[in-house]
Design a binder for this molecule. Structure first.
Ligand code: BGC
Length: 376
């Protein structure tokens, strides 16, 4: 009899807890905007996207930068999970591409030159002799036109930029659209589209620095990472791919099963100790597939990365050195955030056996990447 009482009490308690959780209310879905400053005589705005399911993002049309991204931890604390700055001034001053869209060609082009249809093009060298993330004034440093709207998936921000022929050395007028949506499924979805009026090359990516601990409390060495890649592209001392495609098996680049980022990090050197490498993603039945999973056991936060792209640059924040103070007055030390940049392989314009990055008039560059968030 007593046992029945205890069991019904437990059932009642469970009912109360479940009902309480089901009743949990989140701030309502909306988009607001405020002035963030101005650049090149153009107004820069900061948009806040709230998805009604507990997530919020602030995004500026300067550099298409995700300035903050908020989600709950397993105890219900809502915290920011990306690195960045409070003010536009700090982004203008010195930012290692925090949260930005990089292009026209994300990552490196060796010797800052390439040949397309028999013609040699020179792009701006801004990383020693090489070209990095679109040059001196890449897409991370321009003001985009913005259009905010809410559709059936949630709040979205469409950003548009016209990159003119010859900008940073690239051929062709390029019309680029990047749309961020913070879906009601707790996804940050990024849709990229572009067209050109002359043959050109393109490789756009999102350069968010994630730190799932919340408000960047700790470094990311204890985060666990899985990358669905059997191969990677080895690089030379200046991080230009040698052109080989090598198996990850038996190397520190083996993330086929989840492992902590810190486990083998000291065995990897890319100008600095740490990961800064392109992984050759396994192809799936569907071209849009899950390619990586990042998790932090302490906060319970987990992020999946989905994309249709062939590569993923895993950069473990090796060049952060304590010289930048970000949001919440946190000093960003080495390994304080990590990037998972979906992309074409670095230096593809000079490696014809890598998947092609050429875009021609009449074609549309169209790709999608989704960062999906859970509590575990
Ligand atoms: C590159 C790093 C570079 C960093 C800039 C990454 O995408 O792979 O080599 O230093 O961006 O912050």
């Amino acid at each position: 009899m007593k046992r029945i009482h205890i069991l019904s009490f437990i059932a009642f308690l469970t009912f109360i807890i479940v009902s309480f959780m089901a009743c949990k209310t989140y701030p309502k879905m909306e988009i607001t905007q405020r002035e963030f400053g101005s650049v090149d005589g153009k107004k820069v705005e900061l948009f806040t996207l709230v998805n009604g399911r507990g997530m919020k993002a602030t995004i500026t049309n300067y550099g298409a930068i995700v300035q903050s991204l908020w989600m709950e931890d397993k105890n219900g604390n809502v915290e920011d999970i990306v690195l960045g700055f409070d003010s536009l001034k700090d982004y203008l001053n010195d930012s290692p591409y925090f949260g930005a869209i990089v292009g026209r060609y994300g990552n490196r082009i060796g010797q800052a030159r390439f040949t397309l249809d028999g013609k040699e093009y020179h792009v701006t060298p801004n990383d020693g002799p090489n070209h990095l993330h679109g040059g001196l004034k890449g897409f991370d440093k321009v003001v985009w036109d913005a259009r905010a709207y809410i559709d059936s998936s949630g709040p979205c921000l469409e950003l548009h930029y016209k990159s003119s022929d010859g900008e940073e050395g690239y051929p062709g007028n390029l019309d680029v659209y990047v749309t961020y949506c913070l879906s009601t499924d707790n996804e940050l979805r990024i849709d990229y589209r572009a067209t050109t009026d002359q043959p050109t090359i393109i490789n756009l990516t999102h350069h968010g620095y994630f730190n799932l601990s919340g408000n960047a409390q700790r470094d990311i060495l204890d985060h666990k990472l899985q990358i669905m890649a059997d191969n990677y592209t080895p690089v030379d001392s200046l991080l230009i791919p040698t052109g080989d495609i090598k198996p990850v098996e038996g190397t520190p680049f083996d993330f086929r099963n989840p492992k902590s980022i810190g486990q083998h990090i000291r065995k990897v050197f890319n100008k600095k100790p740490g990961y800064d490498n392109n992984f050759v993603l396994r192809t799936g039945v569907d071209s849009f597939r899950k390619v990586a999973v990042l998790s932090d056991t302490v906060s319970g936060r987990t992020m999946e990365v989905w994309t249709d792209q062939p590569g993923l640059q895993f950069y473990s924040g090796n060049f952060l050195d304590g010289s930048l103070k970000g949001k919440y007055k946190v000093v960003y030390q080495q390994y304080w955030g990590l990037c998972l940049e979906t992309q074409h392989f670095p230096d593809s314009p000079n490696k014809p056996w890598f998947p092609s990055v050429v875009l021609r008039p009449g074609e549309e560059y169209k790709t999608r990447t989704v960062y999906k968030f859970f509590i575990q």
